[in-house]
Design a protein around this ligand. Structure first.
Ligand code: COA
Length: 273
């Protein structure tokens, strides 16, 4: 499986830590680099670090640099902005307290109309199709400089990889057995982590998203989980409203994600001093 590794570059007294993200690079057909941290405090120093990075990784048109910065580090955000990065999304982490959550408060019918059960390997194709078509509010789809086909493929491959990993993949099917949605979570020692969920776009906006998440909460509560963590984008209003509806959640850890897609072929002719 893929793994990422932190590297450091130095220009003068300034340092920058970065890692190449192998899965995004493969699925987006580019080189995707996360700027994990940097010590520069002036635009001039940060620009020099970025130039050195572009040079040493041979970055080219279409490659993506991104950085996730805590909202309180506004100086870092401003410096990245001044150096050609732009804000793509703000994320928050939801901490859902399932011990306080009462599944019977919502009045969803627990009849035979819909099934919410673990997915089988034979369900992968249908789930991949949903994942390829349903995501629109994430930073990859919202960035006009990233081709949509790559962003779609990234989510399709997320499903492929989930079936091969220890993550739990659930399907949500109608009474004829048609898969209309999926839900993926990862089990941790003291909590469940929501990884990815999505409805077939044909079924969006009919209240089924609320039912899907209700099923997932109920299932995890049945498995004796008391805590769920989920990172969500504030661009994604439908999912925020689903969480608001189900309640028992607190928000923390706000981060700003900034992007910079290389738009012209860098000259790579001189090493910055
Ligand atoms: C997230 C998702 C499962 C929610 O399903 P849904 O069918 O949209 O949700 P519901 O219809 O059950 O409810 C969504 C709520 O958000 C509201 N909503 C929908 N779009 C909205 C928008 N653009 N702005 C504000 N509110 C919105 C709806 O009105 C509804 O609230 P209401 O019932 O009080 O009116 C679905 O939108 C989806 O699959 N999205 C793509 C994948 C995704 O983003 N997954 C989540 C992150 S992994």
């Amino acid at each position: 499986m893929f793994s990422k590794q932190t590297h450091t570059i130095k220009v003068g007294t300034s340092t920058l830590h970065y890692s190449v993200i192998p899965w995004d690079s493969t699925y987006l057909s580019n080189t995707t680099v996360e700027i994990e941290d940097y010590s520069a405090t002036s635009k001039a120093d940060l620009v020099k670090l970025m130039a050195r990075l572009e040079l040493s990784l041979h970055l080219k048109k279409g490659d993506l640099l991104f950085s996730k910065i805590p909202l309180k580090d506004f100086r870092k955000i401003r410096l990245l902005d001044e150096s050609g990065f732009y804000c793509m999304e703000q994320t928050i982490t939801l901490d859902i307290n399932l011990s306080m959550w009462d599944p019977d408060r919502f009045g969803f019918p627990m009849d035979e109309s819909y099934q919410f059960i673990p997915a089988l390997p034979s369900d992968k194709k249908a789930i991949c199709r949903i994942a390829r078509t349903t995501f629109t509010a994430d930073r990859f789809h919202m960035d006009p400089l990233i081709p949509k086909a790559g962003a779609d493929f990234r989510f399709e491959m997320w499903i492929e990889n989930s079936f091969r990993s220890k993550d739990s993949v659930y399907k949500f099917a109608d009474k004829k057995g048609k898969i209309i949605s999926f839900f993926i979570y990862r089990a941790h020692k003291d909590h469940a982590e929501f990884r990815l969920a999505g409805l077939d776009p044909e079924y969006i906006g009919k209240g089924l998203g609320k039912m899907l998440y209700h099923h997932m909460y109920r299932e995890l509560k049945k498995q004796s989980y008391t805590k769920v963590l989920s990172v969500i984008s504030l661009n994604n209003l439908p999912v925020l409203n689903v969480y608001m509806y189900l309640g028992c959640a607190k928000f923390f850890d706000p981060l700003i994600t900034l992007h910079k897609v290389i738009t012209s072929q860098p000259e790579h002719t001189s090493t910055p001093s």
